[in-house]
Design a protein around this ligand. Structure first.
Ligand code: SF4
Length: 457
C-alpha cells in the first residue's frame, strides 16, 4: 500500500466550517490497481502420468477443470505430460452478446442440404429444417452432459427480432413448409434470457449449477421474455403452430407457472417430453437432477393448465439406466414407479461415459468428484459390467418379455421373489411352463457341451 500526502481543500462550500475547518494537508491512501489473481496465475494440474495411475488425482484434476469454467474468474490450466511438454488450457471465452448472436444467425444460410446429397433423404435434416435455435449455453450442470463445457454456463440469447426473422426465412426457403415450427429452443427450452442477477456474484461464481442442489437466490427465473417470444412467433402471418421440442427444465418452470400455462395451452402437440432421468436419490444426486417432488409439482400444473385449455395432453418422462450411483435396488424402485404410473417406455438410454462430463469421471474413478476430492471421498457404486448394465436396461423396460428371465434371476438373488407374480404389485410375471422347459433344455445343452469338452483327449 502506498501512502502519499494530498491537500484536501474545500471547493464545494467554503462557508461549511464544520467540515473544512482544518485546512492542513491530510494523508490519504492510494492503492495501486492490483491484477486480479486469475489474470496472472494458472493452475498446475497433476501430471498426466500421475492421473493415469491414481484415480484420486484424476478425480481431483477433473474437479478443478469443471470449477474453472466461469470466464469471469477462470484461470488457465497446465498439465505436464513429459519433461518437455504439457497441455495448456486457456480460460473459456466470454459469451457472445445478443448483437453478436444475431450476427451469427443472420448469416446467409441456405436451409437446404448440400447439393452433393442430391435427392437422398436425410433424417437429421427432417428433424431440424423447421427448428430454431434461440440460445446457447446451459446453467443446469447435469453431470452426464458437457454442454456447459462446450457452450458455457452463461446463457447467450438472440433477440426476438432475429428469431422472428428466421421464422420468415423458413417460410421462404424450406421446401414444403406447412406452417409448423417444430421447435423454438436450444440446449434447454426455458433458459432464454435467464441468468444471474448479480454481476458481482456471476463474475466470481464457481458453482457447477445454478439450479442444483437448489435454485440459487441470485438466479432470475422470470420467463416473461420466453412467453413474449412464443407470442411473437405465433403472431407471424402464416404460422399455424409453434411446438416446443427441446427439454423443459421443469424445476425452473415451476418457478413461473405462467410459462407452464403458455406452454400447455399453445405449444404442446399432445405429448411433452420431460427428463426426470431417475426417481431415486442415489442416482439423482450423482446426476445433479432435482427430486421427484419437483416433477410431481410440474405435472400437477401441466395437467391443470392442459385441462383449462380443454386439451388431453401427456408427459413422456425420460430416464437413464446404469448411471453412476445407481444400484440394482434403485433400478427396481424406478421400474416399480414406472409400472405404478402405467408407463411403458419404448426408448431408453443406458448411460455411456462421454468426454468431459462429470459423470464420466465418477464412472472411471468410482469417487464422488462433484465435491472436493479427498482421501476419504465418497465411494460411488458404478454399474460397469455388461450383465449389470443389461439388467438395468431391462428394468427400465420391465414390460418387455425379453428381459423377464434376467429380472427374475436378479429378484431371486436379491431376496425379492415377492415381486414376481401376476398382480399389480408384482414387477414381472412368473415363468410359464414353456419357459421353464426352455430353460431346462438350455441348461442340459450347456452341460452336454461341457462333458464333451472334458472327454476330449
Ligand atoms: S451466483 Fe448463483 S445464479 Fe449467479 S452464476 Fe452463481 S450459481 Fe448461478
Amino acid at each position: 500500500m502506498v501512502q502519499t500526502t494530498l491537500a484536501v481543500k474545500s471547493y464545494q462550500d467554503p462557508s461549511d466550517k464544520k467540515i473544512f475547518d482544518n485546512d492542513a494537508p491530510k494523508p490519504i491512501s492510494i492503492q495501486p490497481p492490483r491484477p486480479k489473481p486469475w489474470e496472472k496465475t494458472y493452475v498446475l494440474l497433476p501430471a498426466f502420468s500421475k492421473v493415469s495411475e491414481d484415480k484420486y488425482l484424476y478425480a481431483h484434476a477433473s474437479r478443478i477443470l469443471h470449477q474453472e469454467q466461469n470466464p469471469g474468474c477462470a484461470r488457465a490450466l497446465f498439465q505436464p505430460h513429459d519433461a518437455n511438454r504439457g497441455v495448456w488450457v486457456n480460460p473459456p471465452a466470454w459469451p457472445l452478446n445478443t448483437d453478436e448472436m444475431d450476427a451469427v444467425f443472420d448469416l446467409p444460410y441456405q436451409r437446404v442440404p448440400h447439393p452433393v446429397y442430391g435427392k437422398e433423404k436425410i433424417p437429421a435434416y427432417d428433424m431440424i429444417k423447421t427448428s430454431i435455435n434461440i440460445m446457447r449455453g446451459c446453467f443446469g450442470g447435469c453431470s452426464f452432459c458437457s454442454i456447459t463445457e462446450h457452450e458455457g454456463r452463461i446463457i447467450q440469447s438472440r433477440s426476438q427480432e432475429s428469431i422472428v426473422k428466421e421464422i420468415k426465412d423458413i417460410q421462404e426457403k424450406v421446401p414444403g413448409f406447412t406452417g409448423v415450427i417444430s421447435d423454438l429452443g436450444g440446449p434447454t427450452a426455458n433458459m432464454y434470457r435467464l441468468g444471474c442477477t448479480s454481476e458481482k456474484a456471476e463474475k466470481t461464481c464457481r458453482r457447477l449449477s445454478c439450479v442444483y442442489p437448489s435454485i440459487c437466490g441470485h438466479l432470475g427465473t422470470d420467463h416473461k421474455h420466453t412467453i413474449d417470444l412464443y407470442r411473437a412467433a405465433r403472431d407471424v402471418p402464416g404460422i399455424k403452430k409453434v411446438l416446443i421440442a427441446s427439454g423443459v427444465r421443469y424445476d425452473l418452470a415451476i418457478e413461473d407457472p405462467d410459462y407452464i400455462k403458455e406452454l400447455a395451452k399453445h405449444h404442446v402437440g399432445g405429448y411433452l417430453k420431460i427428463a426426470p432421468e431417475h426417481t431415486e436419490e442415489g442416482s439423482l444426486s450423482k446426476m445433479m437432477k432435482p427430486g421427484m417432488g419437483t416433477y410431481d409439482k410440474f405435472k400437477e400444473l401441466f395437467d391443470k393448465f392442459s385441462k383449462e385449455a380443454g386439451k388431453e395432453q401427456f408427459l413422456i418422462p425420460y430416464f437413464i439406466s446404469a448411471h453412476p450411483g445407481t444400484t440394482d435396488d434403485d433400478m427396481i424402485n424406478l421400474a416399480l414407479w414406472l409400472k405404478g404410473q402405467k408407463f411403458k417406455l419404448d426408448q431408453v438410454q443406458n448411460f455411456y461415459p462421454s468426454p468431459m462430463a462429470n459423470a464420466t469421471t465418477i464412472y472411471h474413478t468410482e469417487l464422488n468428484s462433484l465435491k472436493n476430492v479427498k482421501h476419504d471421498s465418497e465411494q460411488v457404486s458404478v454399474p460397469k459390467k455388461g450383465r449389470q448394465r443389461k439388467l438395468h436396461k431391462f428394468l427400465l423396460r420391465y414390460h418387455d418379455p425379453a428381459g423377464w428371465p434376467m429380472i427374475r434371476e436378479a429378484l431371486v438373488a436379491m431376496g425379492k421373489e415377492y415381486l414376481i407374480g401376476n398382480g399389480p404389485q408384482h414387477l414381472v410375471p412368473p415363468e410359464t411352463r414353456n419357459e421353464q422347459n426352455r430353460v431346462k433344455w438350455a441348461k442340459s445343452q450347456r452341460l452336454k457341451a461341457k462333458i464333451k469338452v472334458a472327454k476330449k483327449p
